[in-house]
Design a protein around this ligand. Structure first.
Ligand SMILES: [Zn+2]
Length: 196
């Protein structure tokens, strides 16, 4: 990959910006998904921090996740928690990782309350551009809150009728997770009822 890149650099260095852009586009077309991901990672600030190529104040680290202090915090103590792998959307994390990352976020939140004397915590995920996701690497924001801190997540409520509420409810209803929960409960009961 590095060889390919230095060859490209050599090829385009004497071209004008328009020609450079075109060459670059042509080059991107020749890459396979693995190589494209490598390029994305080399430009992603979260990936650079995860690979220790950029500095950050780490408040949590394990083999899969990293929590760092936001250097432009909503409030002091604002933590950004993300997977070390370059994963773009929350829905692309596997179920175990989703459960782990929220567990870690919750523990960080508890520390914000206990150690920083936060009076409340927002745990915020923006998945997708329309939701305000700024980078191509999913992250959870854990924000300590204080009374009258002037941070606002408020919105203007929209009008909606009963018919639309019912239609949307049926459309987005999630069955599988419920089944899973039922299964877990049942297993528990079975174990409890087992005669030794
Ligand atoms: Zn990344």
């Amino acid at each position: 990959m590095e060889e390919k890149l230095s060859k490209l650099e050599e090829e385009i260095k004497n071209l004008n910006p328009d020609e450079q852009k075109q060459k670059l586009n042509e080059f991107m077309q020749t890459l396979n998904p693995e190589e494209l991901n490598q390029i994305k990672q080399s430009q992603c600030v979260f990936c650079l921090i995860a690979q220790n190529k950029a500095q950050a104040k780490k408040v949590y680290e394990d083999d899969k996740f990293l929590g760092i202090l936001d250097i432009r915090p909503a409030n002091p103590g604002h933590v950004i928690l993300f997977p070390k792998n370059h994963i773009n959307f929350l829905s692309n994390l596997n179920e175990k990782d989703i459960s782990d990352i929220f567990n870690i976020a919750n523990k960080i939140g508890i520390n914000l309350v206990e150690k920083l004397k936060a009076e409340g915590v927002n745990i915020l995920v923006s998945s997708g551009l329309a939701a305000g996701q700024k980078l191509d690497h999913i992250a959870i924001h854990i924000i300590p809150r204080f009374k009258d801190d002037k941070i606002s997540f408020e919105w203007q409520p929209k009008e909606i009728n009963e018919e639309d509420l019912e239609r949307i409810k049926n459309l987005i209803k999630v069955e599988e997770v419920k089944e899973e929960v039922k299964k877990i409960k049942k297993e528990k009961i079975d174990v409890e009822n087992r005669i030794p």
